[in-house]
Design a protein around this ligand. Sequence first.
Ligand SMILES: Cc1cc2nc3c(=O)[nH]c(=O)nc-3n(C[C@H](O)[C@H](O)[C@H](O)COP(=O)(O)OP(=O)(O)OC[C@H]3O[C@@H](n4cnc5c(N)ncnc54)[C@H](O)[C@@H]3O)c2cc1C
Length: 408
Amino acid sequence: MTSTRTALVIGGGIAGPVAAMALRKAGIDATVFEAYAQTADGVGGALSIAPNGQLALDVIDAGEIVRAVGVPMRGMVMQSWTGKVLGEFGSADSGPLADLPDMQLVWRGDLYAALYAEAARRGIRIEHGRRLVGLTETADGVTARFADGTTATADILIGADGIRSAVRGLIDPAAPSPRYAGLLGFGAQVAATGLPSTQDKMHMVFGKRAFFGYQVSDDGDGGWFVNLPHKEPMSRTEAMRVPNDEWLRRLAAQFTEDRVPAREMIGRTRPEDLVITGGLEDIPHVPVWHRGRVCLIGDAAHPTSPSSGQGASLAVESGVELARCLRDLPYDQAFAAYEGQRRARVERVIAMAARTNSDKAAGPVARVIRDLVMPVAMKMMKPEKMAWQFAYRIDWDAPVRPELVAAA
Ligand SMILES: Cc1cc2nc3c(=O)[nH]c(=O)nc-3n(C[C@H](O)[C@H](O)[C@H](O)COP(=O)(O)OP(=O)(O)OC[C@H]3O[C@@H](n4cnc5c(N)ncnc54)[C@H](O)[C@@H]3O)c2cc1C
């Protein structure tokens, strides 16, 4: 039985509000502290919530929220620059992937807004303009210090403050920094693409010079993203110094030889609709996930690049799993049990996404090899091989036993 009663959750992104709702279900009162003064409506591009992320949200009765704001993605079609289909994955009628919810494509801002509304409906406090700058631990609690000079105290503190986590640096000053994947991210929603529906399937194209993903709904509206190989790291702020219409021109120019509708979709994008996400980054291994009364979740603990399609889903899983551990064990044992349950899984996803990034950023020689090898690799990719990722379920009702701590 837990002795934890109160929690400070630092970061009001995706992991933070979800963790607060899961903690509430575990009988722990949590308050979320977000650095930015306003909500992040309209910030960030599209991201996918995989079946496993929705199953984790279902544990806290929040899966419908995502399905209400998402566009279902019932399959993925991998293509080469010639338009040739390299492989196709879809919803399965049988086997370990059957009966899973469809993957959902959501705009990060919409997901934020929906999660915030639900957290508020459940009476969870989310305080804005509270940037954590320090923390102090005592025998019976932990105090967070914020940039505005205020403080807050609780039994534990959860760092859900993203890939550039301040909490991570405070519990481990030697923690590694994000690693640049050699790609810049862009995306946009486009009304009236003039293109045929992709029938709820996302097309992913290894273009000659850049990677292009797109989906078109039955009503003709659509969305796209580009991963542009770029040797030098470029932050989002630096990338945003280049005018949007100039980026759109540069992006369209990457696809002149490719036989896919990249130039059409980019050409129909209004400059004001372009979303610049900046350099793709990850950290393959964050050595310290918890210290004393403090523990990390989401991108603070396991930042994967968007190529995994799992960043938000893993963040949700971690928030729910940590709450389950805290429900049953004292915080120190709970943190160790949580790490024991999560680390191998999330680092496997991060490594897989890093390999995808190398394929996307391939130079001319590596590209030829990739295009030869990929159709064979795709043929061997059976749905059951993806089950470890997509069919992962958290059994909320199963008690967390102290033996797990020994295994951690
Ligand atoms: C601006 C932005 C755009 C993104 N766009 C995409 C995308 O297009 N595609 C994709 O796949 N993934 C994207 N991501 C990443 C994706 O959202 C994450 O992988 C996933 O949501 C993990 O959630 P998280 O809650 O752990 O981290 P985040 O969603 O990054 O949330 C962390 C939160 O903590 C807050 N914070 C940071 N430092 C402090 C502090 N010191 N004190 C208090 N609060 C703090 C941040 O403001 C943020 O709200 C984006 C992330 C960001 C921040």
